[in-house]
Each structure stands twice: as structure tokens, then as C-alpha cells.
Ligand binder design. Structure first.
Ligand code: SAM
Length: 270
């Protein structure tokens, strides 16, 4: 093995070790330069992140715990509220209209009490819904007994393969943009070619907002369609967008097709 090959192997091993998740805290990369005569070696070293956390912002795990505790504690109230609002029949039909085959595999992120699952299950029996609130998952199982439901966190859940449609109705608004980007990437790997990602979010400049209501606190993240598209990169192609004002809040919907070839002319790309 030449000296150069040996050095590059050591460098790669070093990066592998440094990039591992460290149990004792987050590390940030810092560029370091070493000069030996005319040879300059640039290295990436990892140091403990000593930046102060913005005290007005919560860590993602803390905000998640607060939000889920509220959904769990007041599951009866949310169940009544979601039932009053009813299922999103038109949106569900819209997403299904992009899929040709019968009985597509549908995966729902943050399915809540199963109000939409009940409607989706009329169009396919191949459905999995996940939600981090155990109490809402119990409601969903009652409401749509033929569905498969799991109490799980969409930020860490291993998405099943060969999905045709992913629905995320008003659920990714509880996740920050780093997790959002990761979810879009993982979803893309799990969606079939031409599979659909249908999501709805609160419209606004990206920010974290703590909503403190009589029944408890929830942490929301506001997005714009532009930011969602930026986070998605070139993995998806938008096929339908909508902006709606509902009960004093502006919402938007993005429907995107995953894993298509990007050379087709005349199509709008993300
Ligand atoms: C506004 S509710 C919408 C529920 C349902 N999609 C609907 O529209 O009726 C947000 C849902 O996302 C769930 N959720 C929030 N963060 C989550 C996470 N990290 N993993 C899974 N579910 C989550 C909540 O428990 C809640 O059921």
C-alpha cells in the first residue's frame, strides 16, 4: 500500500469514528489546517458544541414531549374536535387520483384519532397509521378497526418499503425543519416510483411557536411551501398545491410525486 493510500484510509477511518453519534453530547465540525513545508493538510476535527441554546426555543425532544403529553391527556377532547371537523374526503380522493393500481399501500404520519383513516380504508385495506399519542391511537383503533395502527414517533420510525401514498395531515407542523428534511428523505426512499406525499401545514415564515391553551401546551412549527420544497430538494415533483384559510388560520397543502425521472420537459420541478 502506498503512503498516500494509507493516509487516505486513516483519514476515512478517522471521519467514520468522528461522525458517530456521541452519547456524551453533540459535536460540531471545525476545519483545521496543518502545514508541512509546501504541503497543506486540511482536516475536519470535531469539538464539543459550546454554543448557547436560544432560551426562547425548546429543544426538539422537549417540545415533542410537551406536545404529545397534551394530546395524550386530552385525547377525549381532541377526539370530539377531530370528529366535528370530519374526514378530508376531497383531499384523500385527490391523492388517490395519482395512483393507478387498486388497493394501494397507504402510510399515515400522525393519524390522530383515525378520522381520515376511516375514509382511507374505504379505498384500500392496505393501510398503516402511526401517531406518538397512545391515547389517540386507542381512539383510532376503535374508529377504524380494520386499520393497522402503531404508537410511534415519525421522527425515528423506520418507514415500511413500497409505499404508494403518504398522508401527513397537520402533523409535521409539530416537527422542526431538520427532522422534516430527514422525514422527506426517508419517505422518498420508502415510496414507490410515482408514489405520492400529501401534506398539510400551517402557513407562515418558519418559526417555533408555543401555543398555550386552557387544556395544555403544544409546540407548532410554521412553514411556507417554498421552504418545504427547498427541504425536499430534487427528490420530488409538485403536482398540486393549495392554500386555505380555515378558522382564522392559513394552511397550505403540497402534493408531490416521488422518485420520478427529472428529464421530462414541461413539468414543474421542485
Ligand atoms: C393536529 S393533530 C392532527 C391529527 C390528524 N392528522 C388529524 O388531522 O386529525 C397532530 C397529530 O400529530 C401527532 N404527532 C405529533 N408529533 C408526532 C411525532 N413526532 N410522531 C408521531 N405523531 C406525532 C399528534 O399526536 C397528533 O395526533
Amino acid at each position: 500500500m502506498s503512503i498516500l493510500n494509507g493516509a487516505s484510509l486513516i483519514w476515512k477511518l478517522q471521519l467514520l469514528v468522528q461522525n458517530r453519534e456521541k452519547p456524551w453530547g453533540r459535536k460540531v465540525p471545525i476545519r483545521k489546517e496543518l502545514k508541512f513545508g509546501k504541503i497543506l493538510i486540511t482536516m475536519k476535527v470535531f469539538k464539543k458544541d459550546r454554543r448557547k441554546v436560544d432560551s426562547t426555543k425548546m429543544s426538539n425532544s422537549k417540545s415533542k414531549a410537551i406536545t404529545i403529553a397534551t394530546y395524550d391527556k386530552d385525547a377525549d377532547m381532541f377526539d370530539r374536535k377531530f370528529n366535528r371537523l370530519g374526514a378530508r374526503k376531497a383531499d384523500i380522493n385527490k391523492a388517490f387520483s395519482y395512483i393507478k393500481q387498486k388497493g394501494p399501500f397507504v402510510f399515515e404520519l400522525g393519524c390522530g384519532n383515525g378520522r381520515d383513516a376511516k375514509e382511507i380504508l374505504k379505498m384500500t385495506d392496505n393501510y398503516i397509521g402511526i401517531d406518538a399519542s397512545k391515547a389517540l391511537i386507542a381512539k383510532a383503533k376503535e374508529k377504524a378497526p380494520s386499520g393497522r395502527f402503531e404508537t410511534a414517533d415519525f421522527e425515528s420510525y423506520r418507514f415500511p418499503p413500497e409505499i404508494d401514498i403518504i398522508f401527513a395531515f397537520a402533523s409535521l407542523l409539530h416537527t422542526d425543519k431538520e427532522s422534516f428534511k430527514d422525514i422527506l428523505n426517508r419517505a422518498c426512499r420508502s415510496l414507490n416510483k410515482g408514489g405520492v406525499f400529501f401534506l398539510s401545514l400551517k402557513y407562515g415564515q418558519y418559526q417555533e411557536k408555543i401555543q398555550d391553551e386552557t387544556f395544555g401546551k403544544r409546540v407548532f412549527y410554521y412553514y411556507t411551501p417554498e421552504l418545504v420544497k427547498k427541504l425536499a430538494g430534487n427528490k420530488y415533483r409538485t403536482v398540486w398545491e393549495d392554500i386555505r384559510d380555515l378558522r382564522g388560520q392559513r394552511w397550505f397543502i403540497v402534493t408531490a410525486i416521488a422518485n420520478q425521472t427529472f428529464s421530462v420537459s414541461g413539468l414543474k420541478m421542485w
